[in-house]
Structure formats: structure tokens, C-alpha cells
Design a protein around this ligand. Structure first.
Ligand code: AMP
Ligand code: MG
Length: 487
């Protein structure tokens, strides 16, 4: 297929057209020597692209936004955001562009978005670029999250630009082509609100309702219903993160979506040994975004969303605040219910299992895991084997097996379903040491480890011979892990 045929994939410039106040038309920077590093063929086909022609030089130019398909009207989106609790009125796409939206098979819209496509008017001090390592990292982690069944932005491709990027050292540059049900963020609403134009805010909220939470349009107070829907979507999302041990790492309000998809894979990482205080990000000195804080932070961010939407809830400020507080109050119970339901499945217990029993068992187990510094993912996978009667591999993860045996006896008395556990507890996640290994090789032009890792984590529940090292905790020698935001 030629680029003309590719552009049969109709791009809709809806956001660019309808929200000119919130975006700046902009062009992607050309790349001196574009080279395709990875292409998501199933996703390409789902979107109506021909994968073979995306691999051609003209296809690569489309993937990095320098050859514009018809209807594409690239813009840098504006947004504000609370970063580590501090408000920045103007963040926006400093190194990213929304190319446009594509209608998907179910009639919804999907954003096609670029990251690392050059400086925009929102770049502030940044260079507008991205390095190969971090873009491949977003690719593999987001696709792993998708395979785990967790709502997320998707990755269509990573193209190396041939342009060096200066960080601590000089690194090869890349563009990530990202697909999302939208890039509407809590920070987008903070930005719209700061324009002091209630009509714009209302139109923007209407857009979010149509796009993500259409049932909100049918009730008496659609904007409150929109907020309630975002609260519910985020409660469910963060519960899913917690259940798989995912640590986002930089849960600023500009990195939280209205759709309920996970977005912006910067310093994120999966927890190795179980510990609620786990923080990997080097810039998160106070542990604001530690594993165990994520539900609280999500709720805090949602309070910022409520503040932005307040004028739409009620014309009377006091009443608007009361409505917002009541709606936000639902987060705690929704989160807890989603989490407990998920934890029951991880333990192989039916949904109808007694809540009290499941909670007690879980709390006791978490104490054991934390005391024993046990690998979270490996343990739950091994527990499925224990449900079949072979407790040895789970047992061997603890220094003192006596307490584990006592716990196991009570748990097994509940008749756990091993098959349910195998469908719930992944064997393969993007383990930190494997991600680092894969990215280090990729930067040296060896994509084999990356492709192997990707193959493992995109079928996470299906244990396969030969992939043992992908299911095993990091060796001692890997040492403490740190992730970096300056990506
Ligand atoms: P994030 O780390 O995704 O939360 O990004 C925070 C803000 O910094 C966003 O406005 C980004 O667009 C911007 N930003 C991050 N890195 C760069 C860069 N290299 N050049 C320009 N802007 C950047
Ligand atoms: Mg961001």
C-alpha cells in the first residue's frame, strides 16, 4: 500500500478544530535517518493501517509525523498540572504532538500521538526530544499492561531518528507513536478552567462525556456524572495497578487521564519484593508516589479535577463543593471493592467468598511477604502451583517456612481455584533487570533481548518452557533499582 492508500485511514482533526484555545498547531521535526525499531502489527491492523507499508520509508515518515496523512492537523495540546503537589499553570506537550484522531472499529476515536517529535511552544527548557531507551521502555511496559488487561495507552511504533539526544551522556534519539482513547488529562481540565471561560469549560466537559462517559449525558447533572465516572474509572485503574504491583512513579495531575487509561510511562516500574514503601524514581525523594500511596494520590488528583469542574456542578459555590465532596467520597469504597475482588481472584477464591476472611488472609500474607522480602509476582504465580498441592516453590521463598505453612493450611481449606489463579497472576511482567538489559542492548543496536522480553510480557499468563528467566526475581547482584524522570 502506498502512502495514499495509508491515508485512506482517515484522520479527524476534531480536537484541533474544536479546541483551538487549548492547543497550538505545530509540525514534527524531520529526522536525519529514521529507522524502525519496533512496530505493533496487530495494533496497526486494528487501526486500519497496512503494516508492510508502515515499514517503508514513506510509512516511517508517517509514523514520525513528517509526512502528514490527509486530515491530520498536528497540534501540541496545552495542559496544566500539579507536579509533586505544586501547581504549574502551563505544562503542555513540550515534546509531543497529537496528529489527529482515527475512528476505530467500535466507532470510538483513538488519538494518534507522537512523543519525542521536537520542541513545541510548550517546551520551556526542554529539548523536545526523547531517547531510544525510554521510548522502548514505554513501548514494552504499556504493551505489557495492555496484555495484563489493564487500561492503558498503546504503543504503535518506535522509530529511531538518527539524531543524538544530550542527557547525562549523548544518546540515540527516537519517536514513539502512541495510541490512546484520548489524551484528556486532569491537567487538561485544570488548564481549561484557568482560561476563566465557563462556556469553554462546558464544551470541553461535553467533549469528554461524548468520548468517554456518554451515559453521563443522560442524567440531570451531566458534569457531576462525568466526575463520578472518572472517579470510578480511576478507582478501578489504580486497584488494578496495585494488584499487579505496578508503580507509576510520577502521578502528577497531568499524567492522569479522564478515560481511565494509564498514561506516561516515565519512571514507572513493577515492584520486585513486596513493600508498600517501594519507590524507584530517583526524583521522588519523599516517596510521594510510593506503591502504597497510589490510591491516596489518585484521590488527591481527583480532588483537583473536581476543583476544575466546580462551576459546572452547581451555580452556587457551596453547593458545588458539597456535590464534589460527596462524589469524591465514593472513591474509597469503589477502590476497596475493586481491590478486594481482584485479591480474591489472586488467591483463587470465588467472588462471593467472605470479605472478612479474604481481607484477613491477605493482610497476614502481606506481612509475611514484607518480612521475607518476597518477590510479589513470583510468589503469586507459585501460589497457583500450591493450590494444586505442590507448595514447595512458594514455601521456598520464605526463610522461615513455619508461618507460611500455617497460613497455607488455612488458605487451602478454602479450596482455591488454581486455574483462576493462573489466569489472574501473571508469570511474566517487565521485570526491572530484564527491561534494563533489553534497553542496554537495544541502544547498542541489538533488539533481540527487547523482542524476547516483549514476546514474554505480551502473553503474561501463558507460561512457556524456555522463558524461566523472565519469571524469576532479579539476581542479588542487580542491586537496588532506580528509575529516572529525565527521559
Ligand atoms: P512528564 O514527565 O510526562 O510528566 O512531563 C512533564 C512536562 O515536561 C510535560 O509538559 C512535557 O511535555 C515536558 N517535557 C518533558 N520532557 C521534555 C523535553 N525533553 N522537552 C520538552 N518538554 C519536555
Ligand atoms: Mg506527562
Amino acid at each position: 500500500m502506498s502512502v495514499e492508500a495509508q491515508s485512506a485511514v482517515a484522520f479527524n482533526g476534531q480536537f484541533a478544530r474544536e479546541f483551538a484555545e487549548l492547543a497550538i498547531p505545530w509540525q514534527a521535526e524531520d529526522a536525519p535517518d529514521p529507522k524502525l525499531l519496533v512496530l505493533n502489527e496487530p495494533l496497526a491492523m486494528e487501526l486500519g493501517f497496512d503494516p508492510a507499508s508502515l515499514r517503508n520509508p514513506e510509512g516511517l515518515r508517517l509514523l514520525i509525523g513528517v509526512s502528514l496523512p490527509s486530515g491530520a492537523t498536528p497540534v501540541a495540546q496545552g495542559y496544566a498540572g500539579h507536579q509533586f503537589g505544586f501547581y504549574s499553570p502551563r505544562l503542555g506537550d513540550g515534546r509531543a504532538l497529537l496528529l489527529g484522531e482515527i475512528a476505530d472499529a467500535d466507532g470510538g476515536l483513538r488519538d494518534i500521538h507522537l512523543k519525542g517529535s521536537g520542541r513545541t511552544p510548550f517546551a520551556r527548557g526542554g529539548d523536545g526530544l526523547a531517547a531510544v531507551g525510554p521510548m522502548l521502555r514505554e513501548y514494552v511496559v504499556s504493551e505489557a499492561m495492555h496484555a495484563l488487561g489493564i487500561p492503558t495507552t498503546r504503543s504503535l511504533a518506535v522509530v529511531a531518528t538518527g539524531r543524538p539526544v544530550r542527557r547525562e551522556t549523548q544518546l540515540p534519539g527516537a519517536v514513539l507513536t502512541r495510541v490512546a482513547s484520548s489524551h484528556l488529562r486532569v491537567g487538561s481540565f485544570q488548564y481549561a478552567r484557568a482560561m476563566n471561560d465557563d462556556d469553554l469549560l462546558r464544551r470541553f466537559a461535553d467533549h469528554a462525556i461524548t468520548r468517554h462517559h456518554p451515559s453521563a449525558a443522560e442524567v440531570e447533572n451531566p458534569y457531576l456524572a462525568l466526575f463520578q465516572a472518572v472517579v470510578a474509572a480511576q478507582a478501578s485503574l489504580v486497584a488494578q495497578w496495585m494488584l499487579v504491583g505496578f508503580i507509576h512513579g510520577v502521578m502528577n495531575t497531568d499524567n492522569m487521564t479522564i478515560s481511565g487509561e494509564t498514561i506516561d510511562y516515565g519512571p514507572c516500574a513493577f515492584m520486585d519484593a513486596f513493600d508498600p514503601a517501594t519507590v524507584y524514581s530517583s526524583i521522588d525523594e519523599n516517596g510521594r508516589y510510593a506503591y502504597g500511596n497510589q490510591p491516596l494520590v489518585a484521590e488527591w488528583n481527583l480532588a483537583r479535577l473536581a476543583e476544575a469542574l466546580l462551576p459546572l456542578f452547581h451555580e452556587d459555590h457551596e453547593q458545588a463543593v458539597a456535590l464534589a465532596q460527596e462524589a469524591l467520597g465514593a472513591f474509597h469504597d469503589q477502590y476497596s471493592a475493586a481491590w478486594l475482588a481482584g485479591m480474591k481472584a489472586k488467591l483463587g477464591l470465588p467472588d462471593g467468598a467472605d470479605d472478612e476472611t479474604a481481607s484477613t488472609l491477605t493482610n497476614e500474607l502481606f506481612t509475611l511477604l514484607q518480612e521475607g522480602k518476597v518477590d510479589y509476582t513470583a510468589f503469586f504465580r507459585a501460589l497457583g502451583t500450591a493450590a494444586r498441592g505442590d507448595t514447595e516453590s512458594a514455601r521456598s521463598m520464605f526463610l522461615s517456612s513455619a508461618v507460611f505453612d500455617a497460613w497455607t493450611e488455612r488458605w487451602r481449606a478454602l479450596d482455591p481455584d488454581a486455574d483462576l489463579m493462573d489466569q489472574t497472576n501473571p508469570a511474566y511482567i517487565p521485570r526491572n533487570h530484564l527491561v534494563e538489559e533489553a534497553l542496554a542492548a537495544a541502544v547498542q543496536d541489538d533488539l533481540e533481548p527487547f523482542n524476547q522480553l516483549l514476546a514474554a510480557v505480551t502473553a503474561p499468563y501463558e507460561e512457556r518452557p524456555g522463558l524461566e528467566r523472565y519469571a524469576t526475581a532479579a539476581p542479588e547482584s542487580f542491586g537496588p533499582y532506580r528509575t529516572f524522570c529525565g527521559t
